[in-house]
Design a protein around this ligand. Structure first.
Ligand code: MN
Length: 754
């Protein structure tokens, strides 16, 4: 195990301004905190954070990062708290360790391949400082290096995760060396057979071509020396995983790959790079289509190099990667290299102020902002980076929240998303049936704003339909359009159900029994695509019940017509309230009727009505007692199995139904067949002889019928009368009320609803 002074020396070697006391304190603290804990290998647990710190010293990272590495497991695995870290090491390190703790807690979540991209974004979102990611990658690297001590299942899971999440993340951060090593470890455990085959084959090649690498190296060296250039040349060992994935992705055989030798030429200046290229192309024949200039056009992760392939001394193909030392650093260490370079400059330029030791990406004004911009673009890979640029740290995905299903599925949602959005993101059916939500095990309102890492459980009910008003509880377009669609479907279903009720009555009137099957068979003769279409058309009065009967069997229509005539002759069904086409086509959710559709009553003052009993017999429309009279604004509510229940808009009973179930209905009175409607008024009058007679007189003279009367003594000298009336319409009712108000014996009159 690395000793305390060794670690401090390693850091001081590249950063003389590093806080020695801080490093010492962290070393001792972490060692004590982990105490007797052991790793799977049997080694003391503390050896792990120490190795992670060592990996990061190779990347020459600042003391805060090294301290964070030492402390990265203490909150999760020991009694240490965040507060304690803040107190002992300051809030900056506290925040870094906290970030790693958060990531570690995500280890319980399954990370399937299809959610790898989201998971990487989540890591970045909750890291908020790139140093958290650097420590996490080093942590993962050490765990991969020591994976042989784990159980086989754990090895497989950790390796998959490494290949899908962490290796690509390292690649995007430009850390090629780290990426390579992670991939090699993962490959070895995930596909031992392939790993062995490729490794053996590489070994065989090495033996067969013994001395070739050295020969090419020497030839290159000499060639460049002759041209008067100083360069470092090295043959590159092929990595089994990269050979394997090239074979898998490009369908290239091992033999085809095996004739390529890769060499790196590292020079001082960009100018030298192009000179090396010129010399190489002059000496050896080039392989067409293999030249790439990533110096003038860097890759997204900042990688810069010139790539070319030539035919070498033994007619082997030789790939050359030509780059400067700085470019090489970036290629190997990516983000970490940038931190190092800029940090070094700052230390030299501005003495050893404390701020020099913080990584430069917190510095908004100078150069680092430029590379951060590029890094952001890299990490986003194609998404629009502009909106994130105001953030100088890695708060890249702050406009997104990442949540989990109870089974560990990761769902990315926009900021402000609610459990309802989550439900729709899981599946439209889940969203449509969602009735309540649990976040992290606690029951919450369905419009709670979700936060990163929340585990969301949705309770569903099959009979549930999302109310149209829920549209305002969601932020995702997917949820919004699904709710709209569900509302439309609900209306369609309501219409269809109403149409079915109408047909059932029509069949019953002629002693026939209705069935969906019977009508379905007649569909081709009715020019409607589906039964529901037809039923909805019947409800809207766009299809006549008689036409449906005729399509089912012509004699049924004839019977119906005869029955209708008989009924009319007997004066039983002289007319009825209908849902007019105009009214029902405006049928919608969410609001009461508007005056345009409800003002279709008889001319004001004209006393005309419709027999309500007839209505009950012929149409599934029900009136509440003491409810609405023509001229009133009315609202229908679909009562399953009954039909439409009609309420006056101010009726308290109407308020018992959710707005979503309200249906616009309008009066359609038949002036030829006037009928009375029941209405209810409350009259307060003093207890004096003759009062009641006077009231009855007013009502009688106005042409109203008293249907019912209740007396409620309200005080010793006043009585409240509840009078059930039969009136023609609203104007008629108002005329009676005004007549009563004009009487001296009446204290108060008002219309009431039951
Ligand atoms: Mn760890």
């Amino acid at each position: 195990m690395m000793r305390q002074y060794e670690l401090v020396e390693r850091v001081q070697k590249y950063d003389p301004t590093a806080d020695e006391a801080l490093l010492n304190r962290a070393y001792v603290y972490a060692m004590r905190a982990h105490g007797n804990q052991k790793r799977a290998s049997g080694a003391p647990y503390f050896s792990h954070p120490l190795e992670v710190a060592a990996i990061l010293t190779d990347l020459k990272l600042d003391d805060a990062t090294i301290v964070t590495a030492l402390l990265h497991d203490v909150i999760e695995d020991t009694d240490t708290t965040r507060t304690e870290i803040d107190q002992l090491f300051g809030p900056e390190i506290g925040a870094l360790v906290d970030g790693l703790t958060k990531i570690k807690r995500l280890d319980l979540v399954s990370k399937k391949a299809e959610q790898a991209e989201n998971f990487r974004k989540l890591l970045i979102a909750i890291s908020s400082d790139i140093r958290v990611l650097l420590v996490k990658l080093a942590d993962r690297l050490h765990n991969m290096r020591t994976l042989e001590h784990m159980k086989p299942e754990a090895r497989k899971r950790v390796s998959e995760e490494t290949l899908e999440i962490y290796a690509p993340l390292a690649g995007r951060m430009g850390m090629q060396a780290l990426r390579d090593e992670l991939e090699e470890h993962a490959f070895r455990w995930l596909n031992p057979e392939a790993y062995r085959t490729v490794t053996d084959k590489l070994q065989e090649l090495r033996e067969r071509n013994e001395g070739l690498v050295e020969e090419i190296e020497a030839a290159l060296q000499k060639m460049l020396a002759d041209a008067g250039m100083k360069a470092e040349v090295s043959g590159r060992e092929k990595k089994p995983y990269s050979v394997w994935s090239k074979m898998a992705n490009k369908q290239i055989s091992m033999e085809q790959l095996s004739d390529i030798y890769a060499f790196r030429v590292i020079v001082e200046t960009i100018d030298d790079c192009y000179r090396v290229l010129g010399v190489a192309h002059q000496t050896w024949r080039t392989v067409p289509g293999r030249f790439k200039d990533y110096i003038s056009t860097p890759k997204q992760n900042n990688y810069q190099s010139i790539h070319t392939t030539v035919v070498g001394p033994r007619h082997q193909r030789v790939e050359l990667q030509i780059r400067t030392r700085a470019m090489h650093s970036v290629a190997e260490y990516g983000v970490a290299a940038h931190a190092l370079y800029k940090d070094g400059q700052k230390v030299n330029g501005s003495g050893n102020g404390a701020s020099a030791k913080t990584l430069v990406f917190s510095d908004k004004e100078s150069g680092p902002y430029q590379w951060l911009r590029r890094l952001v673009e890299t990490l986003l890979e194609g998404s629009n980076p502009e909106e994130f640029l105001e953030h100088t740290k890695l708060e890249l995905f702050q406009d997104q929240v990442f949540c989990f299903s109870p089974k560990g599925r990761l769902i990315a949602l926009p900021r402000g998303a609610t459990p309802l959005d989550f439900a729709y993101a899981v599946h439209t059916d889940v969203g449509n049936a969602a009735v309540s939500a649990y976040v992290n095990g606690r029951h919450v309102p369905i419009d709670t704003r979700l936060r990163n890492g929340d585990e969301v459980e949705i309770k569903t009910s099959k009979s549930h339909t999302p109310p149209a008003a829920w549209e305002s509880l969601v932020v995702t377009g997917r949820a919004r359009s699904a709710i709209r669609r569900a509302a439309r479907d609900a209306i369609r279903r309501q219409y269809a159900e109403l149409g079915r009720r109408l047909l059932i009555s029509a069949f019953e009137r002629i002693g026939e029994s209705y069935s969906d099957e019977r009508v379905k068979k007649a569909l081709p003769r009715l020019s409607h695509k589906s039964l529901d279409d037809l039923l909805a058309a019947v409800a809207r009065n766009e299809a006549k019940t008689e036409d449906v009967l005729r399509a089912v069997a012509p004699e049924l229509a004839a019977t119906a017509r005869a029955a209708q005539r008989t009924a009319e002759e007997q004066g039983k069904a002289k007319g009825w309230l209908r849902l007019t086409r105009a009214a029902t086509s405006k049928l919608r959710l969410g609001s009461s009727s508007d005056s345009e559709t409800t003002a279709g009553g008889p001319p004001a003052g004209r006393v005309r009505g419709i027999p309500i009993r007839g209505v009950k017999n012929d149409m599934p429309v029900l009136f509440e007692a003491g409810g609405a009279v023509p001229g009133d604004r009315i609202v229908g509510v679909l009562a399953p199995g009954e039909g439409i229940r009609v309420f006056q808009i101010h009726s308290p009973r109407l308020q018992e139904y959710e707005h979503e179930r309200w249906i616009d209905v309008a009066w359609d009175v038949d002036p030829e067949n006037p009928e009375r409607f029941p209405a209810l008024i409350s009259v307060t009058a003093p207890n004096r002889p003759g009062t009641l007679a006077e009231i009855a007189d007013v009502i009688g003279q106005s042409g109203g019928n008293i249907d019912n009367l209740k007396m409620l003594r309200r005080a010793s000298d006043f009585t409240e009368l509840k009078i059930g009336l039969e009136v023609w319409d609203l104007a008629h009712l108002n005329q009676i009320i005004n007549g009563l108000k004009a009487k001296a014996v009446v204290t108060k009159v008002e219309r009431v609803f039951e």
